[in-house]
Design a protein around this ligand. Structure first.
Ligand code: TNX
Length: 527
């Protein structure tokens, strides 16, 4: 029987329930995959106008192929569970499912664009991620994260709905090396800090993390055959703080954490300059046999290994043997920059010999652009930071270039005069300056085929903790990721800044400390 009172009550209940849904999160009225603020911008997106909804019963299926797909399935579930509160079971499937999320390899259907190439095919019931290799599946999972509302990144339960616009995304990177460098020598950062950075790189599909492990102010990796390097050379930092170093076990933990996100660690031991921490740990490395004092200032270019002495090469051989054993990646970085007190006639044979040592341990050399003054091996990579002449010398020898032009890519440069952190010797780098450049047209004589990719180095003379790292890298890092991933023809600042503005909500959900550049319309974000 209809009861008027009950009827009124239920109408009120229905209306307030609807209002609550409305208030919590308005459901998508228009679904347009093409309008999503993905960074880096995918190569191709086509929208089909429908909606896929992640629900309490959604399952993540992985093709019965490799343990790696299952790990990536677990990575995805681990990201989605805290905010959705859904169980999101990961299931190994022999057959493609009818609904849910399905991670699969392309098998015979090789997608163009290499190992990281992938597709996301999103229909009303099913999201299918297909890639040539597991690393492509992992990259696609980052796109999926960005297609969900920003609050998906939060670690406490949030209100749904968890909707994704339907359509097809086909994607692959422009450059195979898309990197970031963290200077852990000027200031030491914990394993936890480095892992946080690795997670930020992963979200924007970056794939290389260069760790600057030694400099005048500190030696940060345990070398068992030369224990004093870390024990003494790692005992301080810029400003005189405690410093620190990674034991080999901790370092391996960083390497495997990165590996699980398909990020390669490139370890750097800088030489023959930038070596005071080593010179201070072992007197025999100095030409005069005397120990130097530890150094906590920020000058550069005053130290050098003794290039004429055999013990120097024994030291380098031991260090690179141990380091190579900890390094699954193909590269070891030998530094080579700003050796102002090494005579050029000593520097050239030194770098040549160090290249042989690295090769003997099965690795390829990367070095700052000055290494091009020596005879480069064809597999060597010169990291262009300063002198275009050096980069041209490298190309002339058949070597490849890693692009880190200081005036564009040095993420330790201040945004503007008011920026409290960072340096400005290479200029001020606002978010637009960081974004609007193209590696292949930057320097005469260096073309696309000469370039392996780009890297944004964070030198840490003025940076002391993760909060400060975040402030310098956000919001510039996603721009470098896009320069490395998206072809220049697909990049435009006026369009990019709108996508970046939407990423601001994601930074907040991830609790990232970022610079609110006035050039970016962060209209939804209070300061
Ligand atoms: C130059 S870049 C250096 C570093 C400093 C940096 C500060 C390079 C290869 N050498 O030693 O930390 O400038 O921006």
């Amino acid at each position: 029987m209809f009861n008027k009172k009950q009827g009124t009550l239920s109408v009120i209940l229905i209306i307030s329930a609807l209002a609550m849904i409305q208030m919590s999160c308005a459901p998508k009225t228009v679904s347009n995959l093409n309008g999503e603020a993905i960074i880096p911008k995918p190569v191709s997106i086509s929208s089909t106008g429908d909606i896929f909804t992640l629900k309490a019963g959604t399952k993540i299926y992985v093709q019965d192929e490799s343990i790696e797909l299952e790990q990536t399935g677990q990575f995805l579930a681990g990201k989605l569970r805290p905010s959705t509160g859904f169980p999101l079971e990961v299931i190994v499937a022999a057959e493609p499912p009818k609904q849910g999320i399905y991670l699969t390899l392309s098998g015979d259907r090789e997608l163009p664009g290499g190992n990281e190439s992938h597709e996301l095919d999103i229909t009303r019931k099913l999201v299918t991620i297909t890639a040539n290799r597991p690393e492509g599946v992992f990259r696609a999972v980052q796109t999926l994260r960005q297609l969900l509302p920003s609050r998906i990144e939060m670690t406490t339960p949030q209100a749904g709905p968890w909707e994704i616009a339907t359509g097809l995304i086909v994607d692959h990177p422009s450059y195979s090396y898309r990197g970031f460098m963290l200077d852990v020598a000027r200031h030491f950062f914990t394993v936890g800090d480095v892992k946080a950075v690795i997670d930020y790189l992963a979200l924007y599909k970056m794939n290389m993390l260069h760790l600057h492990l030694s400099d005048d102010q500190g030696w940060r990796i345990e070398i068992k055959s030369w224990p004093n390097l870390a024990l003494h050379g790692g005992s301080t930092q810029v400003g005189g703080g405690m410093g620190g170093f990674y034991t080999q076990e901790q370092y391996s933990d960083i390497v495997s954490y990165a590996q699980s996100r398909y990020i390669t660690i490139v370890p750097e031991i800088d030489m023959p300059g930038h070596t005071n921490a080593a010179l201070s740990s072992y007197p025999e490395l100095n030409c005069n046999g005397k120990t130097t004092e530890l150094y906590t200032g920020t000058e550069v270019g005053f130290s050098t290994l003794c290039t004429g002495s055999e013990i120097t090469y024994k030291f380098i051989d031991d260090v690179f043997r141990e380091l190579a054993a900890l390094t699954p990646g193909e590269y070891i970085h030998i530094g080579g920059d700003e050796s102002h007190v090494t005579k050029i006639e000593d520097y050239i044979p030194f770098v040549n010999r160090v290249q042989d040592i690295v090769a003997a341990h099965g690795k390829k050399v990367i070095g700052w652009d000055e290494i091009a003054l020596s005879t480069l091996k064809p597999t060597a990579v010169a990291q262009h930071w300063d002198n275009v002449k050096n980069a041209n010398l490298a190309v002339g020898q058949g070597a490849k270039i890693l692009m880190s032009p200081a005036s564009r890519a040095y993420i330790d440069m201040k945004y503007n005069k008011e920026t409290p952190l960072g340096l400005h010797w290479a200029g001020y780098i606002e978010v637009d300056t960081a974004y609007i450049w193209d590696p292949e047209t930057l320097a005469a004589g260096i073309d696309k085929e000469d370039i392996i990719g780009i890297e944004a180095p964070l030198w840490t003379e003025t940076i002391t903790n993760l909060d400060e790292i975040e402030y310098m890298i956000f919001p510039r890092l996603p721009g470098y990721a896009e320069i490395g991933w998206t072809p220049a023809t697909g990049r435009n600042w006026d369009e990019y800044k709108l996508r970046l503005a939407e990423q601001g909500e994601r930074f907040r959900a991830l609790d990232i400390n970022f610079y609110r550049s006035k050039l970016v319309p962060w209209d939804t974000i209070p300061n």
